[in-house]
Design a protein around this ligand. Structure first.
Ligand code: SF4
Ligand code: SF4
Length: 283
């Protein structure tokens, strides 16, 4: 089973839920941190990393000895990532989407496949749990290919928990796609509700069953619960505001380590998700 933990906006407690759920279930779990622009699950889980892989994206490399400056590569590129100006071929690697169009159309075979570094993937273990995360190279804008590489480490023998990036754009879709369940972490504020609605829309488009965790549930207003009622969305867990929880988070400590009574609540959350997935209920 693959459970993605997502949130329409950052700072709602998504990583807290992902890491504590994974830690509570323990062995047989793998935690994939797909928030490659700002991975932070390792700060709480403290894995020991055993493997690392540098990930590259194919980009064109032009052999000017063979090039006749015909311009066919620039014509086919939909992303303006290659331009032919007089007797110069310019490649703008940051714009390239690696579609391969230019090297397919080049009549002279003058384009070779080069590589642009996207980032690295690190794999390790913590307390019997497998941990994988990606780190996007500073300045790199294209995170979905790196996210797909992180997801390539999915082990079908294990329960996979994915810490998705915040938002509802391409990186989130790349993280959630193919999941059995999306757990949406939100907070009961107008901003939280606005972004939650977008995140619910994304889960609906992907046709993945989903449910809510409301963090700092005793603050804010009741509009999030009204929305959940209206949409028939199950609220699977509520985490009230607590100074102890906030302090533990700021020290990089896990909620279930500081307040062990939370372990059973996270295990109950896992049971509720399993029930929804096995009963094939769609929300
Ligand atoms: S298609 Fe090939 S030959 Fe034509 S300009 Fe581009 S690299 Fe040069
Ligand atoms: S690989 Fe595709 S996106 Fe990249 S430069 Fe060639 S045509 Fe453009």
């Amino acid at each position: 089973m693959i459970i993605s933990i997502a949130s329409g906006k950052g700072g709602t407690g998504k990583t807290t839920v992902a890491t504590n759920l994974a830690r509570s279930i323990g062995s047989g779990v793998q935690l994939l941190d797909c928030d490659v622009e700002e991975p932070n699950a390792h700060l709480f889980t403290n894995p020991s990393f055993e493997e690392s892989e540098t990930v590259f994206m194919p980009v064109p490399e032009v052999d000017e000895e063979k090039c006749t400056y015909c311009g066919k590569c620039a014509e086919i590129c939909q992303f303006k990532a290659i331009a032919v100006i007089n007797e110069n071929v310019l490649v703008f690697e940051e714009l390239c989407h690696s579609c391969g169009g230019c090297w397919e159309v080049c009549p002279e075979g003058a384009i070779q496949e080069g590589g642009r570094k996207l980032g690295i993937i690190e794999k390790g273990h913590c307390n019997g749990m497998e941990f994988v995360h990606g780190r996007l190279r500073v300045g790199e804008a294209m995170s979905p290919p790196l996210i797909k590489k992180v997801r390539g480490y999915q082990n079908p023998e294990k329960l996979t928990i994915i810490d998705a990036p915040p938002g509802t754009s391409c990186p989130v879709i790349a993280s959630m796609k193919g999941s059995d369940f999306v757990l949406l972490v939100t907070e009961p504020t107008p901003f939280g509700l606005y972004d939650l609605k977008l995140a619910v829309g994304a889960a609906q488009i992907l046709n993945i069953p989903h449910g809510l965790v409301i963090n700092r549930s005793d603050l804010g207003d009741g509009k999030t619960k009204e929305y959940a009622d209206e949409m028939n969305l199950p609220i699977l867990m509520e985490i009230p505001f607590s100074r102890e929880i906030a302090e533990a988070y700021s020290r990089g400590e896990m909620l279930v380590d500081v307040m062990p009574e939370w372990k059973n609540r996270f295990l109950e959350l896992h049971d509720k998700i399993k029930q929804i997935v096995t009963s094939n209920t769609r929300y």
